[in-house]
Design a protein. Structure first.
Length: 896
RNA sequence: GGGGCCUUAGCUCAGCUGGCUAGAGCGCUACGUUGACAUCGUAGAGGUCACUGGUUCGAGUCCAGUAGGCCCCACCA
C-alpha cells in the first residue's frame, strides 16, 4: 500500500465521506476481522442477534450493533481473539408476508404459485435483498467475521434444527396434540404465546340469557366478551361453592341460536363474584374453557375456519360470516329473541399477532409443542447460581419470572417459508416417523410416507444460533474454540423469544451456557418519546446519518446517549441537532491531531516518556491520561459504554485540547528551548496515540485515519489489534495535578475578572501574585509563558504583598494565593467593593456550614477520618480566603 | 391482578458502593475571526434533585408512602 492515499495535508474540516469506505476496505482486504479457530488462544465471542433477512437497518440495529462492535474492538485491542459471528434470520412469517405482498401486487397469491414455486420465489427474494442489512452493517463499521456469515435457513443450520427436533422428540420433550393455541386468522398460522401481544381493547361485555330446559320461563345469565363463540358452547359452569347458583348444577339449559342442550357443571375456575356467576364454556375457542372441557369430558366444537369465518358446525344462518359479522348477527338475533339482558363497556386485554397486528383467535388445533419445564430448570439454576448475568441486573427478575412460569412452546407454523418439520406420516398405517433424513418408506408397512406440511417457528432455529453457527452438530474446531460465546447484546423485548430459549438450548445440547453476560440496551425513541417504528414513520435512517455526519459521529452519539438500562431519545425532526455532539467531536479530534502532527516527536509512540526529563505540564497531561485510560477501560469492562464515551470526550476536549494544547503551543514551536520542546513533543505523541486508541472502539474510522498520520506510521499500521492503552501507574503525578489545577484556577480567575470589568480581550494586562502557594509557584516557574497567553497577560509579577488600597481587581485562590489586576482605568472602586462583598458573603455561607459540621461531635466521632480531615482542610482554606478578602475590602474602605 | 422502571437546569440526560461548592451536551446571554478547530473560543445566567415521612453524623443516592408518566408479564368470562 502506498502512502499516497492518506499522506496529504489534512483538510480544515473533517469530511468522513471517502475516508470511511477507504478504511473499511483496507480492513477487509487484510481480512482483519477473521479469526481462525486453531490460532485463537483467548477467544472473546459475540453472536450477532441475526436481523431478519427482510430488514433494512434502523436505529435500533444501529445502537445494538454499535454496542457489539465497541465490545469486540475493545477486546480485540486488548489482545483477545475477538470474533463476532454475523448472519441473518429467515424470519418465517415476516419474510413470507413480504413476498406475499409482492405477489399481491402482481395479482397473485401463494396458492396460485403452489408451495414449491412460492418457496423458490422467496429464495429469489432472499438472494436479491437478503444481504442488504449485512452491507449496511459494514457502512457502520461493524467488524464482524464476515467469512462466518450464516443464515438460519442455510444447510448447516437446517441440519442442526432437524437434529434438535429428533433428539427432543426421542427424549419425549416434543409432542404433538390438539390444544388451544394462538391463531392468526390473517397469517393463517399458529403462534407461540410470546407471539401474541396483549393490548387493551375497549370491548363490550354481553349478558345473555340461557333458558332452563325444564323450566322455559326461567333462565340463567352468562357474560361474555365474545358472543359469537356461543355457537360452540358445550356447557355452562358455576363455582362448586357458589351459594347462589350451585343447586342448579346438573340441570340443563337450551343454548339459544344453536339449539343445543348444555349441562350446568361445577368447576373451581369460575369466579362466583363475577357477574352472575355463570360462565359459558366454549372449549374450542378459549384456553380456560378448554381446560374446563378436558376436566369434564366436554365436546370441543370449533365453529370457525382458519380465516376466522364461521364454519359448518354452526347454524346455517351464520356460516361464512367473518367473526366480526357473526358477532353482530348473534347479538341482533339474541336481541330479537329477548335474550340479551344488557351490554356493558368492558376494557380487556386481547392478543394481537406480533407480525400483522390482527386480533389473535384462540383456536383448537393439532400442533407440535416443546415441553419446556425440563429445559427451564437448568436455565433457571444457571441464573440463580450467578453463572448467567444480566446488565442491567433487573432483567434477571424478568427472566426468572418467565422461567418459573414457562409454558409449552407451540413450534409448528402453517407456513411455507421455514424449516419443514422433520416428521413423516404413513398414509396407510398411520405410523409417525421422526427422522433426520427423509425416510424412503414407512418402517412399519413399507408404504409411501408424506412429510408434515408445516414448518417450524423461526425461533426454533434461532435458539440454536450460538452453536449451530459454529458447526454443531458436528464437533468442529470452531465449536471447541468459540463456544460458549461471551457476551450477548440485544433488545429486552426478545428476552423470552430468544435469550431465554438460547440459554435452554445451550445447556441442553452443549451442556454449557451459550454466553455468560447478557447486555440489554434501551429503546430508541423519537423527539416526542415514542418508539421509532416504520408504521409511525418517525424513524431515523442510519445510512442517512452516516452519509451526513459519518459513522463515527453516529456511533459516538448513540453510545453517548445510551446509559446502561435507559432508553435514548433522538430528535427525528432535526438530524443536525440529534447528531451534533458526535459530529462536532469528530471535527475536534481531527483538528487537534491536524495541529499536533508537525510537532510530534518521531519517537516510539507507545513508550511513555521518562518523567525525569519532563516538564510539569507534560507530567500533568500524562497523569490525566493515565486516569482517563483507567476509567475508560473500567467502564468498558463493566458494559458502561456511555461512561467510557463521556470520559474520553471530556479528556480530549476539556483537558487535552482546552488546556494541554493551549499551554504547550509555544514550547512546541521551540520558544522555550530544545529540551522543553522535546519534552512536549514526546509527551504529546504518547498522549495523542493513546487517546486515539481509547476512542477507537467507539469511533473506529477517524481514529484509524488519524493514527496513520502519526510519525513513523503508515497505512499498513492499524489500531485494530491494539495494544490497548495501559499507561503505567507511575504516570500518576499528584504534584503536577495540584500545580496545574492552580494554574488553571488562576487563569480562570483572571479571565473572569477581565470579563466582569469588560476589559478588551485584545488588551494585555498585568497581574500581580502574592503569597503564592508552593503549587502555584511551581506552575508559574515552568508555565509562566503559557499562563500569560491563556489569560491574556502582558506580565506576571510575584510580590510578598499586594499593594494596599490601589485601584484594581482582587481575587483569592483556594490555596490562599492572592491575585491583583492593577486596572486603574477600568476598575470602579465602588463596584470592586461590592463585588468583594458578594464574594465574602458566599464564603461566609460556606464557612458557616463547614464550622457547623466540625462543631458537631457526632460528625467528628462517627464519620470516617478521611471525611473529617477533608472537612478540616476545607475550613482552613475557607478561613484563609475569607480573612484575605476582608483585608482587601478594609483597604478599599480606607483608600476611599 | 403481579412485577419492574422513571420523575435532577428551558430541552435531552449522567450522577454505579450515601461524603468537598449536584455535572454534561444542546439551548440562552455577553464578548471574541490571537494561524488546530466558528462543526470554534472565553465568561455568564439557570437546579427547594416530584412530594411526604423514615434510617443516618450526613440522603439526589438507602427504606416506606403519595402523585404523575412509562414498560413487561397475566386464562376472570
Amino acid at each position: 500500500m502506498s502512502d499516497s492515499s492518506t499522506r496529504h495535508e489534512l483538510s480544515k474540516r473533517y469530511d468522513p465521506s471517502g475516508i470511511e469506505s477507504r478504511i473499511y476496505r483496507r480492513w477487509v482486504e487484510r481480512n482483519a476481522f477473521h479469526v481462525e479457530a486453531d490460532r485463537a488462544q483467548d477467544p472473546y465471542v459475540i453472536a450477532i442477534p441475526p436481523p431478519n433477512v427482510t430488514a433494512a437497518l434502523h436505529m435500533g440495529h444501529g445502537l445494538n450493533n454499535t454496542i457489539q462492535d465497541v465490545l469486540i474492538r475493545f477486546q480485540r485491542m486488548k489482545g483477545r481473539d475477538a470474533m463476532w459471528i454475523p448472519g441473518t434470520d429467515h424470519a418465517g412469517i415476516a419474510t413470507q408476508n413480504v413476498v406475499e405482498r409482492e405477489l399481491a401486487g402482481e395479482g397473485l397469491s401463494r396458492d396460485d404459485l403452489g408451495r414449491e414455486a412460492f418457496v423458490e420465489r422467496v429464495w429469489g427474494w432472499v438472494d436479491q435483498y437478503g444481504s442488504t442489512i449485512i452491507e449496511q452493517l459494514k457502512t457502520m463499521g461493524c467488524s464482524c467475521d464476515w467469512d462466518r456469515t450464516r443464515f438460519t435457513l442455510d444447510e448447516g443450520l437446517s441440519r442442526a434444527v432437524r437434529e434438535v427436533f429428533v433428539r427432543l422428540y426421542e427424549k419425549g420433550l416434543i409432542y404433538r396434540g390438539n390444544y388451544i393455541i394462538n391463531w392468526c386468522p390473517r397469517c393463517q398460522t399458529a403462534l407461540a404465546n410470546e407471539e401474541a401481544e396483549h393490548r387493551d381493547v375497549e370491548g363490550k361485555l354481553y349478558h345473555i340469557r340461557y333458558p332452563l330446559t325444564d323450566e322455559p320461563e326461567a333462565w340463567i345469565t352468562v357474560a361474555t366478551t365474545r358472543p359469537e363463540t356461543m355457537l360452540g358452547d358445550t356447557a355452562v359452569a358455576v363455582h362448586p361453592e357458589d351459594a347462589r347458583n350451585r343447586e342448579l348444577v346438573g340441570r340443563e339449559v337450551d343454548l339459544p341460536l344453536a339449539g343445543r342442550r348444555l349441562r350446568i357443571i361445577a368447576d373451581e375456575y369460575v369466579d362466583p363474584e363475577f357477574a352472575s356467576g355463570f360462565v359459558k364454556v366454549t372449549p374450542a375457542h378459549d384456553p380456560n374453557d378448554f381446560e374446563i372441557g378436558r376436566r369434564h369430558g366436554l365436546d370441543e366444537i370449533s365453529v370457525m375456519h382458519g380465516d376466522g369465518t364461521i364454519n359448518d358446525l354452526a347454524p346455517a344462518a351464520y356460516r361464512g360470516l367473518d367473526r366480526r359479522e357473526a358477532r353482530h348477527r348473534v347479538v341482533e338475533d339474541l336481541k330479537s329473541l329477548g335474550l340479551l339482558e344488557r351490554i356493558e363497556d368492558h376494557l380487556h386485554a386481547v392478543g394481537h399477532c406480533y407480525r400483522c397486528a390482527t386480533e389473535v383467535e384462540p383456536r383448537l388445533s393439532l400442533q407440535w409443542f416443546v415441553r419446556m419445564a425440563p429445559l427451564a430448570e437448568p436455565a433457571l439454576k444457571a441464573y440463580r447460581e450467578g453463572r448467567l448475568r444480566f446488565h442491567p441486573e433487573r432483567f434477571g427478575n424478568t427472566y426468572e419470572h418467565w422461567m418459573t412460569n414457562v409454558r409449552d412452546w407451540c413450534i409448528s407454523r402453517q407456513l411455507w417459508w421455514g424449516h419443514r418439520i422433520p416428521v413423516w406420516y404413513c398414509q396407510e398405517c398411520g405410523e409417525v416417523l421422526v427422522a433426520r433424513e427423509e425416510p424412503a418408506e414407512c418402517r412399519a408397512c413399507g408404504r409411501a410416507v408424506e412429510q408434515d406440511p408445516d414448518v417450524l417457528d423461526t425461533w426454533f432455529s434461532s435458539w440454536l444460533w450460538p452453536f449451530s453457527t459454529l458447526g454443531w452438530p458436528d464437533r468442529t474446531a470452531d465449536l471447541d474454540t468459540f463456544y460458549p460465546t461471551t457476551t450477548l447484546s440485544t433488545a429486552p423485548e426478545i428476552l423470552f423469544f430468544w435469550v431465554a430459549r438460547m440459554v435452554m438450548a445451550g445447556l441442553e445440547f452443549m451442556d454449557d451456557l451459550p454466553f455468560t453476560d447478557v447486555l440489554l440496551h434501551g429503546t430508541v425513541r423519537d423527539a416526542r418519546g415514542r418508539r421509532m417504528s416504520k408504521s409511525l414513520g418517525n424513524g431515523i435512517d442510519p445510512l442517512e446519518v452516516v452519509e451526513l455526519f459519518g459513522a463515527d459521529a453516529m456511533r459516538h452519539t448513540l453510545v453517548n446517549a445510551a446509559a446502561l438500562g435507559t432508553d435514548l431519545q433522538l430528535d427525528n425532526e432535526d438530524l443536525e441537532g440529534a447528531f451534533r455532539v458526535g459530529r462536532n467531536f469528530t471535527n475536534k479530534m481531527w483538528n487537534a491531531v491536524r495541529f499536533t502532527l508537525p510537532y510530534l516527536a518521531a519517537e516510539d509512540l507507545r513508550r511513555p516518556p521518562d518523567r525525569a526529563s519532563l516538564e510539569l505540564t507534560d507530567r500533568w497531561i500524562l497523569s490525566r491520561f493515565a486516569t482517563a485510560a483507567a476509567s475508560v477501560t473500567d467502564a468498558l469492562e463493566r458494559f458502561r459504554l456511555h461512561d467510557a464515551a463521556e470520559t474520553a470526550y471530556q479528556f480530549v476536549w476539556s483537558e487535552f485540547c482546552d488546556w494541554y494544547l493551549e499551554l504547550v503551543k509555544g514550547r512546541l514551536r521551540g520558544e522555550s528551548g530544545e529540551e522543553s520542546r522535546l519534552s512536549a513533543a514526546t509527551s504529546l505523541a504518547y498522549v495523542v496515540d493513546g487517546w486515539l486508541r481509547l476512542l477507537h472502539p467507539i469511533m473506529p474510522f477517524i481514529t484509524e485515519e488519524l493514527a496513520c498520520h502519526l510519525p513513523g506510521r503508515s497505512d499498513d499500521d492499524t489500531l485494530l489489534f491494539g495494544p490497548w492503552p495501559e499507561p503505567p501507574a507511575s504516570l500518576h503525578d499528584a504534584e503536577a495535578e495540584q500545580a496545574l489545577d492552580e494554574l488553571r484556577e488562576l487563569t480562570n480567575l483572571v479571565r473572569n475578572l477581565r470579563s466582569e470589568y469588560g476589559v478588551d480581550p485584545a488588551r494585555k494586562i498585568d497581574v500581580i501574585v502574592a503569597n503564592a502557594s508552593p503549587g502555584l509557584g511551581l506552575a508559574l516557574e515552568t508555565e509562566e509563558a503559557g499562563a500569560l497567553r491563556l489569560a491574556g497577560l502582558a506580565a506576571l509579577a510575584a510580590t510578598d504583598a499586594i499593594p494596599q488600597g490601589e485601584p484594581g481587581a482582587h481575587a483569592v485562590m483556594r490555596s490562599g494565593s492572592e491575585i491583583f489586576l492593577p486596572l486603574r482605568d477600568v476598575v470602579d472602586l465602588e463596584r470592586e467593593r461590592a463585588r468583594l462583598a458578594v464574594e465574602i458573603e458566599k464564603l461566609e455561607l460556606q464557612l458557616d456550614q463547614a464550622r457547623k459540621r466540625l462543631d458537631d461531635r457526632t460528625f467528628t466521632e462517627r464519620a470516617p477520618d478521611a471525611v473529617v480531615e477533608r472537612e478540616r482542610d476545607k475550613r482552613r482554606s475557607l478561613e484563609e480566603r475569607y480573612a484575605r478578602l476582608r483585608e482587601k475590602r478594609a483597604a478599599f474602605a480606607e483608600a476611599d
